[in-house]
Design a protein around this ligand. Structure first.
Ligand code: PHE
Length: 339
């Protein structure tokens, strides 16, 4: 039995010495030292020995077990260290290599056009003001001379949020808020998002953008309105652009106009974009209705003013020849990267 033990031990030692991975070493541990392992099972054969031999042999087996165990522990540590080193070596990164650079962000085309417009109006002495997107019926309609039963409400399908709360359908609400807080002379623009329950198609979106303008002072006339808007159109579209004022109707201006400019696509000859007319409508405007001035505490006998509402989206699509307004809202990077 002693020879058997010696032979087993020698076999185990050489096996352990030649193993190279963690799985192999674990297999050897089970093979020799496990519950049914070859060295362990020698202990079970003790019964066949004489009572004097038993303790001697028992000691020898236990010693051999211990030695092989120690050897395995050391080998395991050695293997795991080697594997870690190998792993680190494989995962080495060269931190001196140049990194991947991200693409720089850009302004959305709507913002580029808006910034240009703000520059133009600021150079004419206008301040930029802000107004809330969630408005009350009072500011969006009532004060703008659009009472509850007024047919003009049909022109603007409204998203109501509650009894008196709505998403503003026009930036004109900013006219009222401005006249309530500022005294004439007033010269402001208010750019922002507006909302109407429109079907979505290539030229309509339930969300779009307006820039409201308001001027109130002594002796302001339609000529001032015409001058400011012509100046604006020439700066945005170029000096060769013609500007046409057509009579129109808005409840809060009297008289009211709609303003067209030469179609930038065809230069006025008529094309698909202007539906053959040679003109593109870009804004609504007019002289502030005396009723509106009065409701804001401004005496219409002393002061007069004009207001306009420019559609930013149309201006942007015509400037960049964008065929579908939806592209402005989808935020598709392939589209936005082109600007
Ligand atoms: N608010 C009007 C619209 O949305 C435009 C407008 C603004 C007209 C100011 C006159 C004066 O259609």
């Amino acid at each position: 039995m002693k020879e058997k033990l010696e032979a087993l031990k020698a076999e185990a030692v050489s096996a352990v010495n030649s193993v190279t991975d963690e799985k192999g070493i674990e297999e050897l541990r089970v093979k020799y030292l496990g519950k049914k392992g070859e060295i362990t099972s020698l202990l079970k054969q003790m019964g066949s020995l004489s009572p004097e031999e038993r303790p001697v042999m028992g000691q020898l087996v236990n010693k051999a077990k211990q030695e092989v165990e120690e050897l395995i522990t050391v080998k395991k540590a050695e293997i795991s260290k080697k594997e870690t080193e190998q792993k680190l070596l494989n995962e080495t990164i060269d931190i001196t290599m140049p990194g991947k650079s991200g693409k720089p962000g850009k302004l959305h085309p709507l913002n580029t056009v808006l910034n240009d417009m703000i520059d133009i109006f600021q150079s004419m002495g206008f301040d930029v003001v802000d107004g809330p997107e969630v408005e009350t019926d009072h500011y969006n309609f009532e004060c703008l001379n659009v009472p509850a039963d007024h047919p003009a409400r049909d022109m603007q399908d409204t998203f109501y949020l509650g009894e008196n709360l709505l998403l503003r359908t026009q930036t004109s609400a900013a006219q009222i808020r401005t006249m309530e807080t500022r005294k004439p002379p007033i010269r402001v623009i208010c750019p922002g998002r507006v909302f109407r329950a429109d079907e979505v198609d290539a030229t309509h979106s339930p969300v779009f953008h307006q820039i409201e303008g308001l001027v109130v002072d002594k002796g302001i006339t339609m000529c001032d309105l015409k001058g400011v808007l012509e100046q604006f159109a020439h700066e945005i579209y170029g000096k060769d652009t013609n500007v046409k004022f057509r009579p129109s109707f808005f409840p809060f201006t009297e008289p009211s106009v709609e303003v067209d400019v030469t179609c930038s696509e065809c230069g006025g000859k008529g094309c698909r974009v202007c539906k053959g007319s040679g003109w593109i409508e870009i804004l609504g405007a007019g002289m502030v209705h005396p009723k509106v001035l009065k409701s804001c505490g401004i005496d219409p006998d002393e002061y007069s003013g004009f207001a306009f509402g420019i559609g930013l989206d149309r201006l942007t699509t015509t400037r960049y020849k964008i065929s579908d307004i939806r592209l402005l809202f989808e935020n598709d990077k392939r589209f936005l990267e082109q600007f």
